[in-house]
Design a protein around this ligand. Structure first.
Ligand SMILES: NC(=O)C1=CN([C@@H]2O[C@H](COP(=O)(O)OP(=O)(O)OC[C@H]3O[C@@H](n4cnc5c(N)ncnc54)[C@H](O)[C@@H]3O)[C@@H](O)[C@H]2O)C=CC1
Ligand SMILES: O=C(O)[C@@H]1CCC=N1
Length: 273
């Protein structure tokens, strides 16, 4: 690792919505000379470079870590080649579902000398503004230094939590990896309901977005449980109580949110091979 740089040098494979969100934060933080490999062109600040394929990567480039951020269904296109070119470089996968065992098998398929060291992480898109949360899992063979590289990279774009069992990454995926989408949906629905109440569209949009932002920021800064913050909004016999009676009915949000998160976790397991 380049010790004058804050973050390890990476080969980022796949720079779409998630890879791009992390890269923004890493570059802001200070990243050792790195390569972004993506089929689409990316203009990067020097000394970082873009490559369309592995063949475009300079021969003398050896990253501290490879970050795999393509769609789970696309990973097999690159894993074998990565194992041939970088047989001993640790691999951090942010892909939903794909397991350590499955990735290791593909990584060493074309090169039996490849020694895959695989760490899994599940970040989320708020990483783009340094407000991400990532769950990480490392198999027992991963060294402390390799874990530290991963933790450093993901802490540069938010907070991290480590889980001890690999299948808990599917639970992390369902709660916080996909989670921003649930919150964006809430914003959409609140905005729509506001318009139904007679508010101008722009006003409804602003009210919905700033409410979600403000509630999130308050929760972030408050030591209180979410349930207590909710109670503080809810006057007995008042307007919030009327709304919550609808949302908190057993077959409403308690069931729906639980079912939605179960569906996401199930889908993560389906994506595993
Ligand atoms: N979008 C999200 O909120 C999150 C996504 N993830 C995971 O991140 C991964 C990527 O997801 P997104 O960024 O949403 O997808 P995306 O489609 O936005 O990005 C994937 C990128 O990979 C590139 N790519 C595909 N095949 C390639 C190849 N053979 N060589 C080089 N580049 C290639 C594409 O050009 C694209 O830019 C997925 O595995 C997903 O499970 C994880 C957490 C959150
Ligand atoms: O929807 C997906 O599969 C990815 C993983 C978590 C967020 N987006």
């Amino acid at each position: 690792m380049n010790t004058t740089s804050l973050l390890p040098s990476v080969l980022l494979v796949g720079c779409g919505k998630m890879g791009g969100a992390m890269l923004e934060g890493w570059i802001r933080h200070g990243l050792a000379p790195s390569v972004v490999m993506d089929r689409h062109d990316h203009t990067l600040p020097a000394p970082h470079q873009h490559a369309r394929t592995l063949a475009d990567i300079p021969a003398d480039f050896t990253p501290d870590i490879i970050i795999l951020a393509v769609k789970p269904q696309k990973a097999d296109e690159v894993l074998g080649e990565l194992g041939q070119r970088f047989p001993t470089t640790p691999l951090l996968s942010v892909m939903a579902g794909r397991t350590v065992e499955n990735l290791a098998q593909r990584f060493s398929e074309a090169n039996s000398a490849a020694k895959p060291t695989i760490i899994r992480a599940m970040p989320n898109t708020p990483c783009a503004i340094g407000a991400g949360i990532s769950g990480l899992y490392a198999a027992p063979t991963v060294t402390d230094q390799q874990k530290q590289y991963c933790d450093q990279l993901l802490q540069a774009v938010g907070e991290t939590v480590w889980v001890e069992q690999e299948d808990l990454i599917d639970s992390v995926t369902a709660v916080s990896g996909s989670g921003p989408a649930y919150v964006f949906l809430l914003a959409e629905l609140m905005e729509k309901a506001g318009v139904e109440q007679g508010l101008p569209a722009e006003t409804a949009r602003k009210l919905a977005r700033r409410t979600i932002f403000g509630a999130g920021a308050l929760m972030d800064q408050s030591p209180l449980d979410a349930a207590e913050l909710r109670t503080r909004v809810t006057s007995p016999g008042g307007t919030t109580a009327a709304a919550l009676a609808v949302l908190m009915a057993p077959d409403a949000w308690p069931a729906t949110v639980s079912e939605a998160i179960q569906a996401a976790a199930r889908r993560a397991k389906e994506l595993s091979s």
